[in-house]
Each structure stands twice: as C-alpha cells, then as structure tokens.
Design a binder for this molecule. Structure first.
Ligand SMILES: NC(=O)c1ccc[n+]([C@@H]2O[C@H](COP(=O)([O-])OP(=O)(O)OC[C@H]3O[C@@H](n4cnc5c(N)ncnc54)[C@H](OP(=O)(O)O)[C@@H]3O)[C@@H](O)[C@H]2O)c1
Length: 257
C-alpha cells in the first residue's frame, strides 16, 4: 500500500521535501499539507497533482500515514500537543532541538518517531539526510529524497545538527574576503564575483568520494606559498579553535543535557 505523507508547517524546508517527493516523477506519493502559509501550500498543490491542502492541521493527521513535522522550534511542541495523533501513525520531525523524548510526549499515542535534518538540496534529491533513530518511515521518506544517514546516538545526531549551523559563517567568511578586496580597490560586484567563482570552482573537489579535507588543504598549499601562510596564520590566531568552541556552544544550546 502506498504511503500518504502529511506535512505540518509548510515553510521552506517542507517545500523542498514536497518538491523532492514529486518533481518529475511518474509515481509521486500522496501529500497532504497544512493550510497555513496558504500561498506556498496552494502553489505546491497547483504544481503537483498528488498534493492537496487540508482544512486544518488535524485533517493533515487524519488523512496521512506519516506526519512530517516542519514547524519552527519556538511553537512546534505547543502546536503538536493540540493535535490528536493515532497510535498507528508514524512521525518524522525536522524540528531542530526537539528531542525524541519530548516529541514522544507531544505526539502520544504515536510511538513510531524519528528526527531528521533535511537540507534544501532534498528538493533535487541531492543530499543525504541525517536521521535518528532510523525508523522504516524516516528511511522510506528520505530514500525518495537522496537517502538517509542513520545515527544511533542522539547526542551524535545533535552534533550533526550543530555542524549544519556553520553555513552562514561560511558565507560571512567569503564576504569578508570580498569586502577586503573592495577595500583594496576592486569594485564590489567584481570582488564578490571573483570570490564566488574561486569557491564555486572548488565544489567539484568536495564531491569526490571520501572528501579528505586535510589532503585538500595540502593540495592547495604550495610549501612556502601564500595559501600555506594564510592557513597557518589563521591557525596561530586560534580561528580553527574558535570554530570548535562555537560548535560546542551550538551543541550545548540544542542538547543541554
Ligand atoms: N530550512 C532548513 O534548511 C532546515 C534544515 C533542517 C531543519 N530545519 C527545521 O525545519 C523547521 C522548519 O524550518 P523552515 O526553515 O522551513 O522554517 P519556515 O520557513 O519558517 O517554516 C515554518 C512554517 O511553519 C508554519 N507554521 C507556524 N505555525 C504553524 C501552525 N500552528 N500550524 C501550521 N503551520 C505553522 C509557518 O507559517 P507562517 O510563515 O505563516 O508563520 C511556516 O510556514 C525548523 O524547526 C528548522 O529547525 C530547517
């Protein structure tokens, strides 16, 4: 029997999931969306024949086998507590920081629960999604979206969530380089284009199997050269140590125990 997915909280990550489930496929699953974020939900229902918008959040649950929760951390537990889940219903949460223990409290009597950290690239089935624990429902969902990475230990899973919080800092790093170029006489658009092209050209190297970051750093650091100097200077200034400190702080926030 085919699975009907219900999505509560139709924001950006939910949209990526729905697009990945349906775009260009001959046999997309049935998907039921919560009605809030009406424009986004309606656009998805318009775009895909198997996607429909439910009357309210409870109707999403009533019409689905697997409920995918894409609410924000600030109100997810409160919203879920107000809904009546079925014992035979599976739940897959994408909500950052909502532990399995807390999720179990708010979706009882449902007990088939899993957490996940989908990235926007699920829209093109282009990334593996960390999941915990690896229930059949969560594996089935993300098998359709580029695969899943099962993580048994919840703290290890949370550390992956912390690692995914490093993207904005990455762009600030690139922006700092571009701004520095502009301060040295290169016009802003050209400076940004140059930095973007430099790093975009490297993305192919990240796609290689078993990406070995130390080997990549060595490959880009001619002995005695400028890359070697800059990487060493940042290390001596404690920049990489601060990356670890920052990650510890994010982890402490999402997994305080
Ligand atoms: N974006 C990512 O890359 C990413 C990756 C991994 C995990 N996550 C997690 O996924 C969750 C969603 O993130 P997001 O980036 O998709 O956020 P988002 O775009 O803000 O989506 C949240 C959605 O929930 C809706 N919502 C709020 N209250 C609701 C309610 N009572 N009933 C139904 N829907 C309600 C919001 O509607 P309104 O806009 O009308 O308030 C909004 O559409 C977060 O917990 C985040 O930690 C996100």
């Amino acid at each position: 029997m085919s699975t009907t997915y219900g999505v509560v909280g139709v924001g950006s990550i939910a949209e990526a999931i729905v697009v990945g489930l349906c775009e260009g496929l001959d046999d997309p699953p049935e998907v039921v969306l919560s009605p809030r974020s009406a424009a986004r939900s309606a656009a998805l229902a318009e775009r895909f024949a198997t996607v429909r918008v439910a009357g309210d959040n409870q109707a999403v649950l009533d019409e689905s086998d697997v409920v995918v929760v894409c609410l924000l951390p600030g109100n997810a537990a409160e919203v879920l507590s107000g809904l009546a889940f079925r014992a035979d219903q599976a739940v897959v949460s994408a909500v950052a920081g909502l532990s399995v223990e807390r999720l179990a409290e708010v979706v009882a009597p449902a007990t088939d629960l899993a957490r996940s950290i989908p990235l926007p690239a699920v829209a093109t089935r282009g990334s593996m999604t960390p999941v915990h624990p690896a229930t059949a429902a969560v594996a089935g969902l993300f098998d359709r979206l580029g695969g899943s990475l099962a993580i048994d230990d919840e703290l290890a899973y949370e550390s992956v969530a912390a690692a995914s919080a490093t993207v904005a800092a990455h762009f600030r790093y690139l922006g700092t380089i571009a701004d520095w170029l502009t301060a040295h006489g290169i016009a802003g658009p050209e400076a940004r284009r140059y930095v973007a092209d430099t790093f975009a050209a490297l993305s192919g190297e990240l796609g290689q199997p078993g990406a070995d970051f130390a080997a990549l750093a060595d490959a880009h650091a001619t002995p005695g050269g400028l890359n070697e100097q800059f990487a060493r200077d940042l290390g001596e200034a404690g920049v990489y140590d601060e990356v670890r400190v920052g990650l510890d702080a994010v982890l402490a926030r999402i997994a305080p125990n």
